[in-house]
Ligand binder design. Structure first.
Ligand code: B12
Ligand code: SF4
Length: 468
């Protein structure tokens, strides 16, 4: 019998959604909890239901086959309907259930209980310590960060709350053991001829972009970074496993260009040309990079930089928190292109109150940027377009609540399919009409964007063949 089965919840309901392959992202949060529990002597397994494209029913089958004492499931705000179905089904099995992740952290007690029921327990914030206490037999009501479904507002419960009464818990990231990759079935992932592993070296973000749930200002959890020593210990381990590429999944791994140059310089002295790096770096920092610095970053192995541009309309882009002009964005594109570094830019359409014209302007800007790749003959710049979805904890979420929407209304999302399936992991949109465009028009425009830019915007290593 195992003590804990951790489930990385699927992004789509694969009983109904095509099981095409999209680039893999290892569930680092789940893997970190698995490692902590394993180190503490518990028997743990991880089921990556997104990697395996499992339906809720198949997940329950897997639970039945393993008969764990506890099942832990992560939850994003997108896939709550799917997660709540999984939780409902698993709660009927002879096991205890704990749910965590960014959604639980940022919605009200009452909504948590309504969406997932009274039988599970919920962790706000980092799960490593709380889960150890729970599976170790502690009373959930006494564990920091833990909300019990019973206490949170269902009929017959002791208290009715529409606020967040249990504050998120957080760990000292420097004290966390490095993730044990025996738990990670999707790594290494092959891309562009390299063997990639995911890495997390920080948590949270210091910026305050209005749409974003990842900011420390949204979750109330402080920004934390690991020491270079512990990061390099983990990279040594990954190199030992055969890594030739490291994808840093954090929102803000470096607080500016100095630490970025410093870290990659040290990494290059340690690993030489063996490693390529992919990481997020906000536009606000990217504008400060000189031609020489771009060249150094390239020499240090930086392969791809990921940044959110979000909107083409300047007023809107500034309101969202990205205070960077088009001219400076083109400077970044030129600096990166000259040094052979690829860029991946994110955009959002259908923002609250956005006009049709502004949406078209964003798509046209994204097309212009993506076509840089086609001109250089390399991938160059890839652009990903998201339909706006209100994210709990963000400033726009608070504005929409103030405007009279309920949490449940704002969380009504719909997934859709794309002609170019490679981007399907992100094919979700709000079911509400929040901008001048209705939800169907938003999906259609995203689909058209990927079709029009397919020849130069596609990550050529991914395929649309069905998963087996
Ligand atoms: C990598 C990443 C992804 C990856 C992998 C996700 C995964 N399964 O782990 C991919 C590409 C799949 C992804 C997709 C999406 N993502 Co994303 N993603 C991230 C990112 C950048 C890093 C996550 C990470 O690895 N962090 C490091 C690990 C160590 O921390 P962690 O995952 O948060 O896990 C800790 C806690 O959350 C908690 N926890 C997590 N799982 C569990 C489970 C249990 C049982 C317990 C008790 C606790 C617990 O404990 C963990 C350890 O401390 C975050 C930003 C961020 N700052 O976290 C956004 C973020 C999580 N993503 C976000 C969003 C919106 C999305 C998308 C909806 C994007 C879209 N389509 O629009 C999709 C939806 C995915 C889905 N499943 O539905 C939002 C989530 C907001 C929300 N309320 O849901 C974030 C916060 C980004 C943001 N800036 O707004 N994402
Ligand atoms: S969008 Fe990126 S830079 Fe802005 S707050 Fe979110 S994680 Fe930070």
């Amino acid at each position: 019998m195992i003590d804990l089965l951790l489930v990385n919840a699927p992004v789509h309901d694969y009983a109904h959604y095509p099981r095409t392959s999209t680039p893999h992202s290892p569930p680092l949060g789940i893997l970190s909890i698995a490692t902590a529990a394993d180190r503490a002597g518990f028997r743990v397994e991880v089921l990556d239901a997104e990697l395996e494209r499992l339906s809720p029913e198949a997940i329950v089958e897997a639970v039945r086959a393993r008969r764990p004492r506890w099942v832990g499931i992560n939850s994003f705000s997108i896939n709550i309907d799917i997660v709540s179905r999984i939780v409902g089904l698993v709660c009927q099995e002879p096991t205890r259930v704990v749910v965590g992740g960014p959604h639980i952290t940022n919605v009200s007690d009452e909504l948590v209980a309504k969406q997932f029921g009274p039988r599970a327990v919920y962790v706000r914030g980092d799960g490593e310590r709380a889960v150890l206490e729970l599976i170790g037999g502690a009373d959930p009501a006494g564990v920091p960060g833990v909300l019990t479904g019973k206490a949170a507002g269902l009929p017959g419960a002791a208290m009715i709350s529409t606020s967040i009464t249990v504050r998120p818990t957080y760990v000292d990231v420097t004290a966390m053991p490095m993730i044990d990759r025996r738990f990670s079935r999707g790594e290494p992932f092959e891309r562009l001829g390299r063997r990639w592993y995911g890495l997390t070296m920080s948590r949270g973000c210091l910026f305050r972009c209005a749409f974003c749930a990842g900011s420390s200002h949204s979750s109330g959890i402080p920004y934390r970074v690991s020491s270079y020593d512990s990061v390099f210990r983990e990279v040594d381990y990954l190199v030992g496993l055969g890594a030739t590429g490291i994808r840093v999944f954090d929102d803000l791994p470096f607080k500016g260009k100095r630490p970025l140059l410093d870290f990659l310089g040290q990494a290059h002295r340690r690993y030489g040309d063996r490693l390529a790096w992919e990481l997020s770096f906000p536009l606000q920092y990217g504008v400060g990079l000189s031609a020489d610095e771009w060249r150094h970053l390239s020499e240090y192995g930086l392969a791809t930089v990921i940044s959110g541009v979000e909107a083409a309309d300047m007023t809107l882009r500034y309101q969202l928190g990205k205070r960077v002009t088009d001219g400076r964005i083109w400077d970044i594109v030129n600096g990166a292109a000259r040094s052979g570094i690829d860029l991946r830019f994110y955009f959002i359409i259908g923002l609250p109150g956005e006009s049709r014209e502004s949406t078209e302007q964003t798509l046209s800007f994204a097309r212009d940027l993506a076509s840089v790749g086609s001109r250089s003959g390399r991938q160059g710049v890839r652009c990903l377009v998201f339909g706006y979805k209100p994210m709990p904890g963000s400033a726009l979420w608070a504005d929409l609540l103030r405007a009279g929407h309920t949490e449940e209304e704002l969380l009504s999302f719909t997934d859709f399919t794309l002609t170019v399936p490679e981007f399907q992991k992100h094919a979700w949109r709000s079911s509400l009409t929040l901008s001048e465009l209705n939800p169907e028009e938003i999906s259609q425009m995203i689909d058209e964007f990927y079709v029009q830019t397919q020849t130069f915007n596609s990550d050529l290593m991914t395929t649309d063949s069905p998963m087996v």
